[in-house]
Design a protein around this ligand. Structure first.
Ligand code: AMP
Ligand code: MG
Length: 463
């Protein structure tokens, strides 16, 4: 049975998007299908595995109910405002079970500017792996439905590479940048419609626009705390990559850190460390301030009346972030009452000795479970202080400290193998990342940090 899309976004005015059919690709091949997610969304597995299913996932032949569009948005990229970005390589097919189904890398759109609208296979596999790992780790995120090879080469810095299409499922693709697109055009009517749409779709309990804004602030605050408690660096927290629904979106030059360095960045173009691990809360607050600017004209007749409302809402970011951040680290330490200073002391220890973030908490969990670990050799003073606050809650620690995270060198290894025609590494990672908190002897090799020559120092924008 074919897929049946609904369409609420295209009921918004025409200036919100452009109708755009995907490009044709020569030899599509289904590399990976997320069957659990298909089930969740009510997508028929026989159909999606059929020729018509592949037709949709490759953009070659869309089901009748699809209304393909590219969405318009603006955004601050590394702090610089770009009034028109938009889906330059993404095409939204419609909504299913209230969620967006989008093809990434399906060809040029009116927003492509100088780009080809396509995607190399590497970033497709990377987003598949990292977004699904994020989901398994319990963090709000867009999901991966499928990865397809197009059979066509795309031209990138490193030369011609195989092309791919990624099918993304998101609560929606409304970003802070979507609001900015209309603010810069002084289109108050569109801002009002977009806000009402976002409330209806994501915050139905909000009774007013300021309530809506407070709820967005709250979701961002908890999201960033969750990222940080996993050593995650998003890498490109531009306002166009900041989802109104509170999901993690756009996995380009992101990473789960190996050795802990709060100042670490991964994007090759992030020269000022704007998006380092430790800056992420500050940046989220900055992005939310940009959203607040868009809402000002809707909140009161004059900015003077509106500003105090958003200021109050923005002030709630820090305490909410800190509460969640402290809670996450207390859970990781297995100590529900650990002080902020002990948490800071722990992170300083990690940073001073460049300890592996994930292994540290993984080994601490082992100690809490009464197992032996020589990980803390040389750090006995810290360990005995941790013990002095005990007993630590070992089962809580097991449920919060992952054993397997998507380490960059493993992702790179899987991409390199895929470029050589071997997808077994990729498929193995898909499987391993599904249950990050479980001991899995067959994946023990994936627990270890990279050796010196395996280290990935920066990743490039995922085009
Ligand atoms: P992102 O890096 O995904 O946040 O993208 C930033 C902006 O660049 C968005 O407007 C994208 O649609 C656009 N973009 C990225 N890669 C391409 C590409 N290959 N072709 C066209 N537009 C692109
Ligand atoms: Mg983006």
């Amino acid at each position: 049975m074919s897929i049946s899309f609904s369409h609420t976004y295209t009921e918004l005015p025409d200036r919100f998007y452009s109708a755009q059919a995907p490009s044709q690709v020569p030899a599509p091949e289904l590399l990976q299908l997320n069957e659990e997610l298909c089930d969740e969304l009510g997508i028929d597995l026989d159909w999606i595995r059929s020729e018509q299913g592949l037709g949709m996932l490759s953009g070659n032949e869309l089901p009748e109910s699809a209304h393909p569009i590219s969405q318009a948005y603006a955004g601050h990229q590394f702090g610089n405002f770009v009034p028109q970005l938009g889906d330059g390589r993404a095409i939204l097919l419609g909504e299913i079970d209230g969620k967006d189904l989008q093809l990434k890398g399906a060809g040029r759109t009116p927003y492509s500017r100088g780009g080809d609208g396509k995607s190399a296979l590497g970033p497709v596999l990377r987003e598949y792996l990292v977004s699904e790992a994020m989901y398994a780790l319990g963090v709000p995120t867009t999901r991966a439905l499928a990865a397809v090879a197009t059979g066509e080469a795309v031209h990138r810095q490193e030369g011609p590479v195989p092309g791919g299409i990624f099918t993304r499922v998101a609560a929606s693709h409304i970003r802070v940048g979507t609001f900015q697109y209309f603010l810069v055009r002084e289109d108050q009517e569109a801002l009002q419609e977009l806000t009402q749409y976002a409330i209806k779709r994501h915050y139905p309990d909000a009774e007013s626009i300021i309530d809506f804004f407070k709820a967005v602030v709250s979701r961002q605050a908890t999201l960033i705390a969750q990222w940080m408690s996993l050593g995650f660096i998003h890498g490109v927290m531009n306002t166009d990559n900041c989802s109104i629904s509170g999901e993690t979106i756009d996995f380009g030059p992101c990473a789960f850190m190996d050795e802990f360095d709060p100042k670490k960045v991964f994007s090759s173009i992030d020269r000022n460390s704007r998006y380092s691990w430790e800056n992420q809360a500050r940046i989220a607050h900055w992005n939310l301030t940009r959203l607040a600017e868009c809402l000002l004209p809707l909140l009161a007749e004059t900015p003077q009346d509106a500003i105090p409302l958003v200021e109050e809402a923005l002030e709630a970011f820090a305490p909410q972030f800190e509460d969640k951040y402290l809670l996450c680290f207390r859970e990781k330490l297995g100590l529900r009452t650990a002080s902020e200073s002990f948490i800071n002391q722990t992170l300083s220890l990690l940073a001073d000795h460049r300890l592996d973030f994930t292994l540290f908490f993984r080994n601490l969990t082992r100690v809490a479970m009464g197992e032996d670990s020589d990980f803390f050799a040389g750090h006995e003073k810290w360990l005995s202080e941790w013990k002095s606050y005990g007993p630590a809650d070992a089962s809580l620690m097991q449920s919060k400290n992952p054993i397997i995270i998507p380490r960059n060198h493993r992702i790179e290894e899987a991409i390199t193998a895929a470029y050589n025609g071997d997808f077994s590494y990729f498929h193995r990672l898909v499987k391993a990342f599904k249950t990050p908190f479980q001991e899995q002897a067959e994946f023990a090799d994936l627990e270890t940090p990279p050796r010196e020559h395996e280290k990935v120092r920066e990743t490039f924008c995922g085009t």
